[in-house]
Design a protein around this ligand. Structure first.
Ligand SMILES: *Cc1c(COP(=O)(O)O)cnc(C)c1O
Length: 459
């Protein structure tokens, strides 16, 4: 008996299905050409398996759908708000809640309250919208993540950790009063979904407390981070995901949340804080940007679905199947020789396009090319995270990022193991014929966030 493998499986069964359109190679060729070799410009209808993002793409449970019917669409004081408030207090432990339409709504309000012109905001790697709101509020982001995070081959298990020496140097250089808070993401998205450890977070808590600096938690993927702590950090194997999530939150002073990821809803987010003064100001500002403080841009039904989704997101069975599926795909791809970022993160597989297509120089967009080739092969939609996404500096020169990646992001509870097999096989087929693949030329470049709308031609 002892050689029998112990498999994970989905802790749910399927009650309703959404039919997918299967396409022919000729149809995909036309669709890709019409999209200018940019997967963001494809019509979703022409996509077979959609791995563009895990944001807002989760499948809700029957309980969440039932909750939608209990939406109390009152302008003020909806009962769904009070339910959500109770859940956030109980599961995450933060005292005060402000709902927002999604994560960036919370980032906007928080940045406006805490950041003054000339402030420094250290963080464990940037995220696009988070950094932009910090900058718009007059602040400057400083990366204090450990160096290992920038190396796709380094297998350190907690590549989301902060380098405390980097933070101390910033405090020394600018003074603690120039640092309103440290911005800490759990499951660092831009590093490939890499977790931070409790040990590191505790050390960070000591250092920030000594200097009177807050920690603000980007808790978009906190449950996935908790999974890696449970599995890899000493002393946590017998704790539940819910216990670990609460411990993480207890080491921070407030949080912004995009509920479109971990919390299993298609739209929603919130700001949560422990400080009455910050809450009071946020309650004031939310009226300007989102809506009254008891709905923050959301329908009552959306708040109800979120309240239920948060509860489901911290179940051990759920998160084991969620991350188990991602790891299954990553190991299958690695088994075919496809070069992927290690260790495998919580929300997707990141393929190293520089290694996959070493004959294509970065100026000919290897990751963009690879994403288009995967779609042409199988109708699987992925996205570029490399030189196109990085854009240009203020002086017009291109950024040349170290990481040139294609992201295969897995929506939660949406696809089956057989879909994972199809994805891995497609990546393997493209890998087999990699030497015949040529790069791309950009023929249209938008001024801002070019990766969304740029167009390309084959060389
Ligand atoms: C998605 C995301 C955000 C922004 O949230 P939205 O709901 O898309 O506005 C912020 N931080 C991280 C880490 C994210 O992944």
């Amino acid at each position: 008996m002892k050689n029998i493998q112990q498999s994970w499986a989905e802790p749910y069964k399927i009650k309703m299905v959404e039919l997918l359109k299967m396409t022919t190679p000729a149809q995909r060729k036309t669709a890709m050409r019409n999209a200018g070799f940019n997967t963001f410009l494809l019509k979703s209808e022409d996509v077979y398996i959609d791995l563009l993002t895990d944001s807002g793409t989760s499948a809700m449970s029957d309980r969440q759908w039932a909750g939608m019917m209990l939406g109390d669409e009152a302008y003020a004081g909806s009962r769904n708000f009070y339910h959500l408030e109770e859940v956030v207090k109980e599961i995450y432990g933060y005292k005060y809640l402000i709902p927002t339409h999604q994560g960036r709504g919370a980032e906007n309000i928080l940045s406006k309250i805490l950041i003054k012109k000339g402030d420094i905001i250290p963080g464990n790697m940037y995220f696009t919208t988070t950094r932009l709101h910090q900058e718009l509020a007059g602040g400057k982001f400083e990366d204090i993540i450990i160096d290992e995070a920038h190396d796709p081959t380094n297998e350190f298990p907690f590549k989301g950790n902060v380098n405390l020496n980097k933070l101390e140097a910033l405090i020394k250089k600018h003074g603690a009063n120039k640092i309103p808070y440290v911005s800490i993401a759990t499951s660092v998205n831009m590093a490939g979904g890499q977790p931070i450890s409790i040990k590191n977070l505790k050390e960070l808590r000591l250092l920030t407390r000594k200097n009177g600096i807050r920690i603000i938690h980007d808790m978009t993927r906190v449950a996935e981070n908790a999974y890696f702590i449970q599995q890899k950090e000493k002393g946590y194997l017998h704790k539940t995901i819910a216990e670990i999530v609460k411990e993480i939150c207890s080491l921070t002073d407030g949080a912004t949340m995009s509920a479109k990821k971990d919390a299993l809803v298609n739209i929603g987010g919130f700001l949560a804080v422990n400080d009455w003064d910050v809450f009071e100001e946020a309650r004031n500002l939310v009226v300007v940007y989102e809506g009254l403080h008891t709905y923050g841009g959301l329908a009552g039904r959306d708040m109800e679905a979120m309240a239920i989704g948060i509860g489901e997101s911290v179940s051990d069975e759920h998160i084991h199947a969620r991350v188990g599926q991602v790891i299954y795909l990553g190991e299958k791809m690695a088994g075919y020789g496809v070069p992927i970022v290690k260790p495998i993160g919580g929300h997707g597989i990141f393929v190293d396009a520089k290694k996959f297509l070493p004959h294509i120089p970065q100026d000919m967009y290897p990751a963009q090319t690879l994403a288009s080739e995967i779609y042409l092969d199988s109708g699987v939609r992925t996205m570029e995270r490399g030189i196109v996404s990085s854009g240009r500096k203020a002086n017009g020169e291109n950024y040349y990022p170290k990481l040139e990646l294609v992201r295969f992001t897995i929506p939660r509870r949406v696809y089956t193991q057989a879909h994972m097999d199809v994805i891995a096989e497609s990546a393997a087929r493209v890998y087999e014929r990699r030497k015949s693949i040529r790069g791309l030329k950009m023929i249209y470049e938008p001024k801002y966030l070019r990766f969304f709308q740029a167009r390309f031609e084959r060389l």
